[in-house]
Design a protein around this ligand. Structure first.
Ligand code: NAP
Ligand code: ZN
Length: 354
């Protein structure tokens, strides 16, 4: 299937129009006409090869919402016209312990990511998967999510990564009423972390380097704002948090945050894939605190999150852009100059590639 999209041809080149092939639908495949795709900071890290291992040409995009165009003969869960989503995963082994537990993101034989992954299914001339900055995509029905029709499809797109990446650890560590929960970093992930922790009934503290974001944080559902560069305020807040969700996208000194935790409490890192700059044993040893990580979420949990957002009318705060403006949006995301997620309107793709 002829497909148009936007790709980076090298780590230093801007995204530009690119034509490629998607596989023809197999019996269990769903073909989706993409309506919207969010811009995750991971798209930028990958396009610029900041984590290493990016294969070019590289088509980003794993916050995909669209309508089903056609389905293969064996598809039972989706039909033409349905509003659906695709997140960071498009395939996994289906027989390891993690897949058996519905945790495909931890597949022991390696999941297939929506972009930049070796494509084990094949059916195209391309070796690696291409993401959602494109007009359509073919996906195994098991990795296609139902998006509640009451949600705005553009504002729902970032739920497929920013939403599930914050929902999953909040659920796993059983965040709820009576707990003081800190969300560190008010960006795409952080703003969803605040909304979701608030909806789960926690007392939410936005922990930010940007005092000017305080008012917004409260509108999103934060009960308090803590400025992480204010050493005095950070000192006063020590030993007071039941849980911390850390979305900082770069390596950093974790000690000041770890010291905010109560005894036995946990800080979960979802942002920094790179080396954490400074990790002292003291905050762990003296208060039996934990630091953990978390990767997106499994397919069943992603559906649970979408249904939760449908029930609570939760979507993302977005700025919709035309495809041709994607490079500017990348630069602005890196400068934290977006409230709080860019979403590409795929109706503008044809004009951008003409
Ligand atoms: P984003 O929109 O750029 O937000 C990151 C926020 O972190 C910024 O808005 C800023 O908030 C804060 N920040 C930035 N640089 C900082 C620094 N040097 N020190 C302290 N705070 C800083 O990014 P995102 O899309 O939310 O993604 C966040 C990270 O999660 C990225 O690295 C992304 O690759 C990763 N990610 C992980 C998963 C997963 O499964 N674990 C999934 C998706 C994304 P303030 O201005 O409020 O301080
Ligand atoms: Zn993402």
């Amino acid at each position: 299937m002829k497909t148009i999209g936007y790709a980076a041809q090298a780590a230093t080149s801007k995204l530009a129009p690119f034509s490629f092939e998607r596989r023809e639908p197999r019996d269990n495949d769903v073909v989706i006409d993409i309506l919207f795709c969010g811009i995750c900071h991971s798209d930028i890290h990958s396009a610029r090869n900041e984590w290493g291992g990016t294969h070019y040409p590289f088509v980003p995009g794993h916050e995909i919402v669209g309508r089903v165009a056609t389905v293969g003969s064996a598809v039972t869960n989706h039909k033409a016209g349905d509003l659906v989503g695709v997140g960071c995963l498009v395939d996994s082994c289906h027989h390891c312990h993690s897949c058996d537990d519905g945790l495909e993101q931890y597949c022991e034989n390696g999941f297939t990511a929506t972009y930049n992954s070796a494509d084990k299914i094949g059916g195209t001339p391309h070796e690696f998967t291409f993401g959602g900055y494109s007009n359509h995509i073919t996906v195994d029905e098991r990795f296609v999510l139902r998006v509640p029709e009451n949600l705005d499809p553009a504002a729902a797109a970032p739920l497929l990564c920013a939403g599930i990446t914050t929902y999953s650890p909040l659920k796993h560590w059983k965040v709820g009423p009576g707990q003081k929960v800190g969300v560190i970093g008010l960006g795409g992930l952080g703003h969803m972390g605040v909304k979701l922790a608030h909806a789960m009934g926690a007392h939410v503290v936005m922990i930010t380097t940007s005092p000017e974001k305080g008012q917004d944080a409260r509108k999103l559902g934060a009960d308090e704002v803590l400025i992480s560069t204010d050493a005095k305020a950070m000192g006063t807040a020590q030993n007071s948090f039941d849980f911390l969700l850390n979305t900082i996208p770069v390596g950093h000194d974790t000690d000041p945050y770890m010291n905010l935790l109560k005894r036995d409490a946990t800080m979960v890192i979802v942002g920094a894939v790179e080396t954490l700059k400074h990790v002292s044993g003291v905050p762990f040893i003296f208060k039996r605190r934990h630091m953990a990580g978390s990767l997106i979420g499994g397919i069943a949990e992603t559906q649970e999150m979408l249904d939760f957002c449908g029930e609570h009318n939760i979507t993302c705060d977005i700025e919709t852009i035309a495809m041709k403006d994607v490079n500017t949006a990348y630069d602005r995301t890196v400068k934290s100059d977006v409230k709080y997620r860019f979403v590409i309107d795929m109706a503008t793709l044809e004009e951008a590639t003409a």
